[in-house]
Design a protein around this ligand. Structure first.
Ligand code: KG4
Ligand code: ZN
Length: 341
């Protein structure tokens, strides 16, 4: 079974062909990071316009890379939410057009179901289920229980900012550019992560919920108090800024790993999954691996190209949906606030 996946929920235009939900035949991602960089975050209208420019070459590229013709596809899977409405509409409409012309089934995919499917893509071994999964991206920070492939039960989520959003906002505040996660990851390596003591709010009633807006504000107050100026030259980042971002990163990562560990202890899964753009973070990978080791559980983390937004994960989740009979009609619309689990 070969499914074309299309993803345009944020600022990546992506298309991919996946066989049997496991084997990636092609995956093309056109990033708009350079477009949004100067603004320190995604500008929704610019994102939609760039998706419009990029969608046809990206889909054509994925089909060519896979050596496929449209008639050979079994279905078209597309992210219909959640995300930026104007961005989602471009992918949804492109998918509809292809499905309509080539008389193929159209399969709706939830963006987070895509991230949650990424650990199942080859060359991974089979993932033992049930799993506890942490999805951490620019738009989401959620813990799920995954009893079976394609089934998700929400255990907890952020009450305010997503972890990636906190990385991006702290980087913007310090003049470090967008996206902030990779820059902070790099600058923190070798810096003193105990230099500044930050805390992340512990939410008592919501069991596994997160909150990251407080630490962002704490960083802002620290920067003002210490009179830290935005970095002028990315090649020469002052020691004080490197220590600050390392301390911020350590605090965010330990809050994430603490919740992951607690969820594993109370739900006793057979494996742990870590996915989403922030799963690219090296400290988070190391600390999650350590926690998994101590819990005696296998940890599955997709390679970085499959952790950040891509369409292979959408095609893979679309395959699970397709097998279960999920179909969209021609009225499929963008759903900016679609819930999962
Ligand atoms: O999954 P993704 O590509 O898009 C969304 O669905 O949001 O995640 C993007 C987020 C951004 O906030 C970016 O700063 C963060 O992932 N990110 C990282 C790293 N690489 C990307 N955060 C921390 N460390 C990284 N190495
Ligand atoms: Zn994402």
């Amino acid at each position: 079974m070969r499914i074309l996946g299309i993803e345009t929920s944020c600022d990546e235009t992506a298309a991919a062909v996946v066989e049997d939900g496991r084997l990636i035949l092609s995956s093309v991602v056109s990033s708009q990071a350079a477009v949004h960089g100067p603004f320190g975050g995604v500008v929704p209208e610019l994102a939609s316009r760039h998706h419009i420019e990029n969608i046809c070459p990206v889909v054509a590229g994925a089909m060519a890379q896979a050596g496929m013709d449209y008639p050979a596809l079994d279905a078209i899977a597309v992210t219909h939410g959640p995300g930026l409405v104007g961005s989602l509409l471009v992918g949804v409409q492109a998918a509809k057009g292809i499905a309509f012309v080539h008389r193929k089934p159209l399969v709706p995919v939830h963006h987070l179901a895509g991230h949650l499917q990424a650990p199942f893509l080859a060359p991974r071994a089979e993932v033992p289920l049930p799993a506890v999964a942490l999805v951490v991206s620019g738009g989401h920070t959620s813990l799920f229980e995954v009893p079976a492939e394609g089934d998700f039960r929400l255990l907890g989520r952020t009450r305010d900012d997503a972890a990636g959003e906190a990385f991006d906002k702290v980087a913007k505040l310090l003049g470090l550019g967008y996206p902030g996660g990779p820059v902070i990851d790099r600058l923190a390596e070798g810096a003193d992560d105990r230099a500044v003591e930050f805390t992340v709010a512990r939410i008592k009633d919501g069991k596994a919920d997160f909150s990251f807006s407080g630490i962002k504000t704490a960083v802002l107050h620290y920067v003002r108090r210490e009179g830290i100026a935005p970095v002028a030259d990315p090649a020469h980042v002052p020691r004080q800024v490197r220590d600050l971002v390392a301390s911020f990163q350590r605090t965010v990562v330990s809050a994430l790993v603490r919740r992951l560990r607690q969820a594993a202890e109370s739900h006793r899964p057979a494996s742990l999954l870590l996915t989403g753009g922030v799963a690219a973070n090296r400290l988070l990978r190391r600390e999650s691996a350590r926690a998994a080791d101590e819990l005696g559980l296998p940890l599955f983390v997709p390679p970085i190209a499959l952790s950040t937004d891509n369409a292979a994960m959408i095609a893979a989740a679309g395959t699970v949906g397709f097998r279960r009979g999920a179909r969209a009609g021609w009225d499929l619309d963008a759903e900016p606030h679609l819930p999962l689990g």
